[in-house]
Design a protein around this ligand. Structure first.
Ligand SMILES: [Zn+2]
Length: 426
């Protein structure tokens, strides 16, 4: 066992932040040897229970749950910041040419390693990431994530039409490859597989049907895709699937809405769509920097809450503009505030942080496993420096409440705040 003394942030079951200014985090192995949180709380109240346990003194720092990125594309690491006139030209001119290189294992391994380094630098300990349509891209990422002991989810992209040579796959082969990858990787150490149709317009009905059959056969694997990101895309989906009630309805028709199904964006949904998300346990990966960058629209938090649908935050790199959860939380705040296309509201700092940690874990079906520092959670956490920059030090020294402390970090923080990123207790 090992313990850390620092300020400590975690979340209760009502999604509220719990804070100890002088906290203690105790980690140790569970029955399976996985290092988990054994205790978390006030230092003075807990320390007597752990005589002889080494305590690392990190006073002045803040320990918080490792961040969870609910939607990101590791093969788009080099696409970040690409100029384009909207989503569809961006795919054609930047994304597909970059992704076509991932049939080469050496290239896939090099990008996977850089990507995981970047996640760690930014305090992200779990991600649900797209690979590319090439099985080699999935093997490369799982090998890299396994070597680092990460709880990590990825999958081979399915896209058998409306895609250029080099990324388009074959319907039957793509489904055989997907099942082989599930059997090879799902449940190995902390790894999980996600069935990954790119989005409805780039899959034939046959491919979507096959994906739905695999989703039924392997009920604890994840499903990840995109839905209702921008209006051109929504119109295109309606032309291709005229029988579907809506764009989201396409996925429903093929059995692709269920628990552990995660759809990026979810902007241009209607009330029936949101009810369907809630009823099926399907969740949204809210991607605010991407949506602002590509001008796609604004996620409607109030409508999502009223429908009872689950959601969490995502960088969506390369459409997104930063790997930093701080940038994503700030963008989510701005998206929430937007009040011209929907009702604007002010998300509290605790709500923003929850969406990128415990809330994201809940939306992934990993509540109580990652994204929090309550006893029993896997010991993935970050050590943050509230004085990382002169302005941040000035602001946080004046904080009179937890809200003020967290919001200073959200607005002013970035990778400089993350002094350590701990996976599995170190
Ligand atoms: Zn995406």
């Amino acid at each position: 066992m090992k313990a850390y003394r620092a300020a400590l942030l975690r979340f209760d079951d009502a999604q509220r932040p719990v804070y100890d200014a002088d906290g203690l985090l105790v980690v140790g192995p569970d029955a399976n040897g996985q290092r988990v949180v054994r205790a978390a709380g006030d230092h003075a109240a807990l320390i007597g229970n752990y005589p002889g346990v080494g305590v690392e003194d990190l006073r002045g720092k803040l320990i918080a749950p490792g961040f969870i990125d609910m939607h990101v594309h590791y093969p788009q690491t080099d696409v970040i910041g690409a100029p384009a006139a909207g989503l569809l030209p961006w795919l054609e001119n930047y994304t597909f040419p970059h992704e076509s290189r991932f049939h080469e294992p050496l290239h896939a391994r090099e990008v996977a390693a850089f990507f995981l380094d970047e996640l760690a630098r930014n305090g992200v300990t779990t991600a649900l990431t797209f690979a590319t349509s090439h099985p080699a891209s999935v093997d490369a990422m799982f090998e890299a994530a396994r070597a680092r002991g990460l709880r990590f989810i990825t999958g081979k992209v399915l896209q058998d039409r409306h895609s250029p040579d080099g990324v388009r796959d074959d319907t039957e082969r793509s489904l055989i490859d997907t099942e082989a990858l599930i059997r090879r990787w799902h449940g190995v150490d902390r790894l999980g597989y996600a069935i990954t149709p790119r989005f409805a317009p780039t899959s034939t009905p046959a491919q979507l049907r096959g994906a739905g059959e695999l989703a039924a056969k392997y009920s604890d694997v994840w499903i990840q895709s995109h839905v209702a990101e921008n209006l051109d895309e929504v119109r295109w989906a309606a032309e291709l699937f005229p029988e579907a009630r809506s764009y989201l309805g396409v996925y429903d028709d093929f059995g692709l809405l269920r628990k552990r199904a995660v759809y990026a964006h979810c902007i241009h949904l209607d009330e029936a769509d949101r009810q369907l998300m809630a009823a099926t346990g399907t969740t949204a990966a809210v991607s605010p920097t991407s949506n602002q960058f590509l001008g796609s629209g604004f996620f409607d938090y109030l409508a999502a809450d009223e429908a009872g649908m689950g959601y969490g935050l995502a960088s969506d790199v390369g459409g997104g503009t930063s790997f930093s959860p701080f940038r994503t939380m700030l963008a989510a705040y701005c998206v929430g505030r937007e009040g011209q296309t929907k009702t604007g509201l002010s998300l509290t700092p605790g709500q923003l942080w929850w969406q990128h940690t415990a809330g994201a874990a809940r939306a992934l079906g990993l509540e109580g496993v990652v994204g929090n520092l309550q006893p029993g959670c896997e010991a993935d956490f970050v050590v943050l420096d509230p004085q990382a920059t002169p302005l941040l030090a000035r602001k946080t020294s004046q904080a009179n409440s937890l809200d003020e402390l967290l919001f200073s970090l959200i607005v002013l923080g970035d990778d400089r705040v993350v002094v350590r990123c701990v996976v599995s207790g170190g």
